[in-house]
Design a protein around this ligand. Structure first.
Ligand SMILES: [Zn+2]
Length: 348
């Protein structure tokens, strides 16, 4: 769920602050000092909800984002727009979004309304997902990091978080994982100081790495945060919430079922019938790298160097092998018995 609209290339250094640290990454050239996402210390997330979304849902989204910021630091200006199921309320929220874009000189009102309602990943798409779920009784949800770098913020959109709304027996824990996943995408983007969407995509790396990182970071950190009590458990579904081991085992089963029909375990593209492997198999690939190189390897080693080195060189420096060699090694790991594979997962 992502798109990066085109814009002009600039290379600028990055300032990343977390609660504990404030570190400056090295620019890739002698570009003027700037901070594309306006990253400061502390929580910069803003949440906007449609008028038919309850206060309880709004608070849960805000609280989960606050935990994400506390865990990984600020990714800079960050807007999370949450749709409900009512169309008029969705149009009203799109208007509010556009008033903000116009006031900040990002877009004309006309361009913005066209962009924020009608296009793929527009507000109405997300509203319809929630409305359809409630109408059919078949749960579905979607959230996306939908660009924003050209205006110096992270533009996030979400359908109604059913688990926070207490709808269709969806667990609140599911929504917490979604928000951590999306927030991690903002962290990945925060380390890249360019408005050029092609350059940004190159620096983000292959899709298995982008999505696998978000899956692994959300799954592993949510388990850790529930265990420590920093993230509340919801226990609002009739199905008991599964452990990290069980959830990753489910993903492994799905990978093993689909791998024969796919040319690679680690797809580089969002297109095609094998895209789910980028999430499930990619999640295992990143968990495997974190097991070998430490839980902080992405945040502390990989991302601070990616703009300076480029994705492949940065991968080689961080993980001590080319990404192609890693893929070969990972395929061997995926042939091991499940009992061996689950040993790489952290226990909380
Ligand atoms: Zn994602």
């Amino acid at each position: 769920m992502r798109k990066w609209p085109t814009s002009v290339a600039v290379a600028i250094p990055l300032l990343v602050c977390s609660v504990a640290t404030c570190q400056e990454a090295v620019p890739d050239n002698a570009a003027p000092s700037a901070n594309l996402f306006g990253i400061k210390r502390g929580n910069q997330t803003e949440v906007f909800v449609a008028s038919d979304v309850s206060k309880k849902v709004e608070k849960a989204v805000k609280d989960t984002l606050a935990v994400a910021v506390d865990t990984w630091g600020s990714s800079g200006r960050f807007e999370y727009w949450v749709l409900g199921t009512d169309r008029a309320a969705a149009e009203e929220l799109a208007s509010a979004f556009c008033r903000r874009r116009v006031a900040r000189g990002h877009m004309t009102r006309r361009d913005c309304l066209r962009d924020s309602t009608n296009k793929d990943h527009g507000f109405l798409t997300y509203q319809e997902i929630g409305a359809k779920a409630l109408a059919t009784g078949r749960p579905q949800g979607s959230a996306g990091h939908n660009g924003g770098a050209e205006w110096g913020f992270h533009r996030m959109t979400s359908s109604l978080p059913l688990g926070f709304a207490g709808a269709l027996n969806i667990a609140g824990e599911d929504e917490q994982i979604t928000i951590l996943h999306e927030y991690w995408h903002s962290i990945q983007n925060a380390f890249i100081q360019t408005k050029d969407h092609k350059r940004r995509r190159e620096l983000m790396g292959p899709v298995w790495f982008i999505e696998g990182s978000a899956v692994a970071m959300a799954e592993i950190n949510s388990a850790r945060l529930w265990a420590s009590g920093k993230l509340p458990k919801w226990r609002n579904s009739s199905h008991p919430w599964q452990t990290l081991q069980q959830r990753m085992t489910n993903k492994m089963a799905s990978v093993q079922q689909h791998r024969k029909a796919c040319p690679t375990l680690l797809p580089s593209s969002y297109d095609g019938k094998c895209r789910q492997l980028a999430y499930d198999s990619g999640g295992w690939a990143i968990a495997y790298l974190m097991h070998q190189h430490g839980a902080d390897v992405l945040l502390k080693s990989f991302h601070p160097n990616v703009q300076k080195l480029g994705w492949e060189k940065c991968f080689r420096k961080t993980f001590g092998q080319s990404s192609a060699d890693f893929v070969t090694e990972f395929e061997r790991f995926m042939d091991l018995p499940l009992g061996e594979q689950v040993k790489i997962l952290p226990k909380f």
